[in-house]
Ligand binder design. Structure first.
Ligand SMILES: Cc1cc2nc3c(=O)[nH]c(=O)nc-3n(C[C@H](O)[C@H](O)[C@H](O)COP(=O)(O)O)c2cc1C
Length: 208
């Protein structure tokens, strides 16, 4: 590859990164399994601590599975917010919105991580750091997935809800016991556009 090509593809990559948005509404068009597999196979080229590849992905394409998950998570959201003493009407709006977001996506990917192949330590400090490294590695693969989906003209959004109810998600979907849900990605063909800004880089980075 020439230097010129290198810089051209760097520019294309920069544009791709900048133009990706979290899209929460999708058309009814389904996504072929080959496409999902292609995204996953590429996403896992993310770096990972010790190259242990702690990411795990549970892919839901059946509406009944997505509905079951959405209903279960909605019930948990309702219970948690009721316990917080929030306004019941506001809770129902939130529950309905979360249900519609999930069931409106043709594909839902539960992003999980497993500690089985990570290092194990006798002390809580290093155990926690190893867990964080697994979570960081998993998030990198997830970001790859979001970018690749965007590159294919698809749209996606990371949703954090499974992190707040990991056992519930694991039970509802009968996931292996070592799979720790970190979040989920809704995926589909975009039915909306979004705009976002970023804070100036000098408020987030310093040359020391
Ligand atoms: C860790 C994480 C958790 C998020 N959780 C949610 C969520 O629960 N619901 C949602 O609609 N968006 C969620 N998002 C998407 C963010 O709202 C979105 O990335 C942010 O507003 C910036 O917009 P952009 O992705 O279009 O640039 C999450 C993003 C990240 C990285």
């Amino acid at each position: 590859m020439t230097k010129e090509n290198d810089s051209l593809s760097a520019k294309a990559l920069a544009n791709l990164i900048k133009s990706r948005r979290s899209i929460r509404r999708y058309t009814a068009e389904s996504i072929p399994q080959e496409t999902i597999l292609r995204l996953l196979e590429t996403a896992v080229w993310a770096p990972s601590a010790h190259n242990r590849q702690p990411w795990r992905f549970a892919v839901l394409t059946q509406a009944t599975d997505i509905e079951r998950l959405a209903a279960t998570m909605g019930a948990r959201l309702r219970a948690d917010r009721t316990a917080d003493g929030d306004d019941p009407a506001e809770i129902e709006r939130d529950v309905a919105r979360s249900y519609a977001r999930l069931t409106g996506a043709p594909v839902v990917i539960i992003v999980c991580m497993s500690m089985t192949e990570m290092d194990h330590y006798p002390d809580p400090h290093r155990t926690r750091n190893e867990w964080i490294m697994a979570a960081q590695s998993t998030a990198m693969a997830a970001q790859n997935l979001l970018l690749l989906a965007h590159a294919e003209g698809l749209a996606a959004c990371w949703i954090c809800a499974p992190l707040f109810a990991p056992e519930l998600v694991r039970e509802t979907l009968a996931l292996p016991p070592d799979w720790e849900p970190q979040g989920l990605i809704t995926l589909g063909h975009p039915a909306e556009t979004r705009e976002k800004n970023r804070a100036p880089i000098d408020t987030k980075a310093k040359f020391l």
